[in-house]
Design a protein around this ligand. Structure first.
Ligand SMILES: Cc1cc2nc3c(=O)[nH]c(=O)nc-3n(C[C@H](O)[C@H](O)[C@H](O)COP(=O)(O)O)c2cc1C
Length: 427
């Protein structure tokens, strides 16, 4: 079991979301204000729906921190759902007594959409499979947890990972790279990171952003939705995080799973990603220039996106995620009824976003940082932040040293170079 891990709880319209983060060393400065920054970034973005005007997310730190410093014990964060006050009866935790059940039934009979059980399953959602899997006849029991509202808890936890990694000189951010086929042109990324972050789509290319906004408006006026691509970039990672020795120790695999776990992501790529399949090797692989002053290894390009063999290679980490168009359409798709099994003209409609690429990028930052924190804690351990810092510094110093020249038959780590061993190809 990894030393650093987290688990979320909470329903979309329940009282609160919660997340427990385990394995944070003692002595990390942490405040609710610091966690607020990413929570607010997740809520912004052109194309988001009415829910974001109701929620003003704030994580309350209720355990694991004292006087602004982590204690080494599990940290518990709560993110209240403001909208809950409109759903108290529908989402009541305690059993409904006869009177409450009758009230709810009367509301539903009156056409109150919140009170009515949901049976018209929505295409592109977990509704149908989830209801059958867990034996529900009211799809609300599925959609409340499958909803991406849960990603607010991940982003809150990601804020802890951000604070932890920041202490070690590791910084993460993301931007919107594509919406509805309109892509950022690297030659036109004139905005600074701060300017991009403040722009409607968190996009560094102002011209592309305008055309992306037009695509979102087009979707909105057609009662439709639209997807895109975000890019997460991490600077300051040491060479050697992750390992090639086992499949489950590869950092690329763990990051791909973490980003893929975001409700709406349908593909993950690193660096050039799928584009590599269209080029010759000579136009793909990053030539190693050599060791620069200070012992830093330099590559001529970063097409691999900072990872080779599942291990960080000292270049910035570049992860991109494919965001599908939002499943819930203002002009709902046809579907079927869970109970009758018969087609229905319109799937259930639940208040919805039109496009969430910038928000998905912020969630991806959180998932990337939480994954990196897991690998950093595993590699550098430590009960206190000082322990971790010292361990990272010692390691960074070691990898900048010039290795001893090997002597055949007496190489330092017991690897004996024989003709057989050195002449084989890489299978
Ligand atoms: C930040 C964010 C906001 C989202 N908002 C909505 C939404 O308003 N309406 C919707 O239908 N899907 C929304 N989604 C996506 C759905 O939660 C997701 O598509 C659905 O749970 C099915 O999961 P899948 O897309 O991974 O198959 C959102 C996703 C994210 C990351």
């Amino acid at each position: 079991m990894p030393a650093f891990r987290f688990l979320t709880a909470g329903e979309s319209h329940g009282q609160t979301l919660g997340v427990t983060v385990e394995g944070v060393p003692a002595g990390l400065p942490l405040t609710a204000d610091a966690l607020q920054v990413d929570l607010a970034r997740r809520q912004r973005g052109y194309g988001r729906g009415a829910r974001q005007t109701i929620e003003h997310d704030r994580a309350e730190i209720v355990a694991g921190v004292r006087h602004g410093q982590t204690l080494g014990s599990p940290i518990l964060l709560l993110v209240a759902n403001r909208d809950w006050e409109n759903w108290t009866r529908v989402m009541q935790v305690e059993p409904l007594d006869a009177e409450a059940a009758a009230d709810l039934a009367a509301l539903a009979a009156d056409g109150n959409k919140k009170a009515a059980p949901v049976t018209r399953v929505r295409p592109g959602h977990a509704d149908l499979a989830g209801a059958l899997k867990y034996g529900f006849n009211d799809v609300r029991n599925v959609l409340e947890r499958a909803s991406a509202r849960e990603t607010a808890a991940r982003v809150a936890a990601g804020g802890i990972a951000r604070a932890f990694l920041h202490e070690l000189g590791i910084e993460t951010w993301s931007f919107t790279a594509e919406v509805g086929g309109v892509a950022v042109d690297p030659a036109n990324t004139t905005r600074s990171r701060e300017e991009a972050d403040a722009s409607p789509l968190r996009c560094p290319d102002p011209g592309a952003e305008e055309r992306m906004i037009a695509r979102i408006d087009e979707a909105r006026s057609n009662g439709d939705t639209i997807g895109g691509v975000f890019e997460v970039v991490v600077h300051g990672l040491p060479i050697g995080l992750g390992s090639y020795v086992h499949w489950d120790r590869r950092l690329d695999a763990a990051l791909a799973a973490a980003v893929m776990s975001i409700n709406i992501v349908k593909g993950v790529e690193f660096g050039l990603g799928f584009e590599q399949t269209r080029r010759f090797g000579s136009a793909v692989h990053d030539v190693i220039e050599g060791r620069a002053d200070g012992g830093r290894w330099v590559h001529r390009s970063n097409n691999a996106g900072g990872l080779t063999g599942g291990v960080t290679n000292g270049e910035p980490l570049v992860v991109r995620g494919a965001v599908k168009p939002i499943s819930t359409l203002a002009r709902p798709l046809p579907s079927a009824d869970l109970i009758s099994g018969e087609p229905v003209e319109k799937a259930h409609y639940e208040r919805s976003d039109i496009s969430v690429v910038p928000a998905a990028g912020v969630v991806a930052e959180a998932m990337v940082m939480l994954t990196l924190a897991t690998f950093v804690v595993e590699k550098f351990g430590g009960d206190t932040m000082d322990d971790v810092r010292e361990s990272v510094e010692r390691y960074r110093e070691r990898i900048t040293r010039v290795p001893e020249a090997p002597v055949a038959g007496a190489s330092r780590h017991g690897l004996v170079g024989t003709d057989e061993a050195s002449s084989g190809g890489d299978d």
